[in-house]
Ligand binder design. Sequence first.
Ligand code: C5P
Length: 307
Amino acid sequence: MTEPAATVTVRVPAKVNVQLAVGGPRPDGFHDLANVFLAVGLYDSVSATPAPAPRLTVSGPDAALVPLDESNLAVRAARLLADRHGREPDVHLHIAKDIPVAGGMAGGSADAAGALLACDRLWGTRTPHEELLALCAELGSDVPFSLTGGAALGRGRGELLTPLETGGEFHWVFAVADGGLSTPDVYRECDRLRQAEGRGADAVPEPEPDPALLTALRAGDAAALAASLRNDLQPAAVSLRPSLAETLDAGLAAGALAGLVSGSGPTCAFLVQDAASAARAAQALLASGTCRTARPAVGPAAGATLV
Ligand code: C5P
């Protein structure tokens, strides 16, 4: 007799880029990065249940913003894994969504990593970790980090990961804007702004991680990390969404040590001293009217985890 089919659920964290150094455009359209990722404790859950045909459902306050067709990265992840193992992607994926949608916090990437791990366990395909990471990289530049979590330096287009040590927890507040920003648009705007400043592709240096930032992470030193936060995509995100400048100002006025746009935005990330400061800053940010929600979260957080 076969075992009754069960549901497998995986919890996956959001991320913030504490450093995002962007090189010039590559011939393949991507940009070389020195991308220092920190996973933070805002989570999506991805559940996989056997089904006669592929199906996707989403719950959560922003569920209506999530595409349910083949453009959804979780659906593509299930198909990719099924193809790799020569089977049908006959699975019902359900995403309980808490990570802001199109917010620059890798919510879509988290769902892809979660779907891969959940389907691999449900189907008993036992894909080795290195191969799962390679599948993640096929799906998107940020997906490998969603699988591993913690803190890591991403080179190449962000998919070549080296884990980083962290000496403690960092407290953050994430100010979520209304509406998303398209990642390709933000990279294009970054190139355009550089060109306009006379810094064409040849004048952009190789992106390198900042040693002071890596030391601050290792030491668990929030003040030192605050001093070295940097996102090369920030001017582009602010150019496309000028109101982000007000959100960044409001976070500093609310007592944050520092703030920056998270990844390609439009979510703004504020580093604060401790949990009490996070609660106060979140309230003040909401009251400022410069964001839709303000969410405290702590990093590093574990990567994709079976629950
Ligand atoms: O890899 P991912 O699908 O997340 O990338 C989305 C888009 O973001 C790419 O098509 C590209 O326009 C841009 N991108 C980039 N350089 C990177 C990562 C992403 O230009 N390193």
